[in-house]
Write a protein that binds this ligand. Structure first.
Ligand SMILES: C[S@@+](CC[C@H](N)C(=O)[O-])C[C@H]1O[C@@H](n2cnc3c(N)ncnc32)[C@H](O)[C@@H]1O
Length: 217
């Protein structure tokens, strides 16, 4: 898909999601897609390789949580894989300091190469396994914790708070929507508080999503 068509579709998708990105962001995401597909030909990073699908399932799916990310100064993406959702969020909000962690070195190798190719500042790929002890693991705490397709909600809410700076938030990206009562209950069991929960659909496939934000009590 050429850069112009890609940029049009990306902006259209953002509009449907109710998020906005600066004009230079779609061309930079196009560059990220080319980098991803180039690497993917040699190193297996993602099963999603059709440009239309990369655009929606990786990029728009990541950008959909921009409202939950606004205002944070630092973001930690655990189990980032090929950099989702962290890299698109960083491109959309350049002032965000990001750390992307994965336990598989070839994935972190790609993240580092993408950070260099895109000239991203305050962006770090880190090869580490997150098991709840950030100091031991060398993983820095952040204001906002995020992960996609990493753990189910109960395990994520058990793990993530250890990596949050005081007053920070944990974002859960969920495929299957859960009732607010369930989210409140999962939070209360762990001395957390549900800050917000929002359901939406991806713009082209209509796939259902939910994003929930938690903070420590
Ligand atoms: C299903 S992938 C999701 C990748 C990416 N977040 C996405 O949505 O495309 C899960 C990733 O978590 C990584 N992972 C699994 N357990 C981990 C751990 N304890 N610490 C860090 N990364 C881990 C895996 O290597 C894998 O890249």
């Amino acid at each position: 898909m050429d850069k112009v068509r890609f940029s049009d579709q990306l902006q259209q998708g953002c509009l449907t999601l109710g998020v906005s990105v600066a004009e230079d962001v779609p061309p930079r995401l196009h560059q990220l897609m080319n980098e991803l597909l180039k690497w993917n030909a040699k190193v297996n990073l993602t099963a999603i390789t059709a440009p239309e699908e990369v655009l929606e399932k990786h990029f728009l799916d990541s950008l959909a949580v921009l409202p939950e990310v606004e205002g944070a100064a630092s973001l930690l993406d655990l189990g980032a894989g090929a950099g989702f959702p962290g890299l698109p969020l960083k491109l959309a909000r350049p002032s965000l300091a990001i750390t992307l962690v994965d336990a598989v070195s070839k994935k972190v190798g790609f993240i580092k190469a993408a950070v260099a190719a895109l000239g991203l500042k305050e962006s770090r790929g880190l090869h580490a396994r997150a098991e709840g002890q950030p100091e031991v693991e060398g993983i820095p705490r952040a204001e906002l914790l995020i992960a996609r397709a990493f753990m189910d909600l109960p395990d994520w809410l058990d793990l993530a708070p250890a990596y949050v700076l005081p007053g920070g938030r944990v974002v859960a990206m969920l495929g299957k929507a859960q009732p607010d009562s369930e989210l409140h209950a999962r939070a209360a069991e762990r001395n957390l508080r549900l800050v917000s929960a929002r359901q939406y659909r991806l713009p082209f496939s209509g796939a259902e999503r939910q994003v929930a934000v938690f903070t420590k009590v």
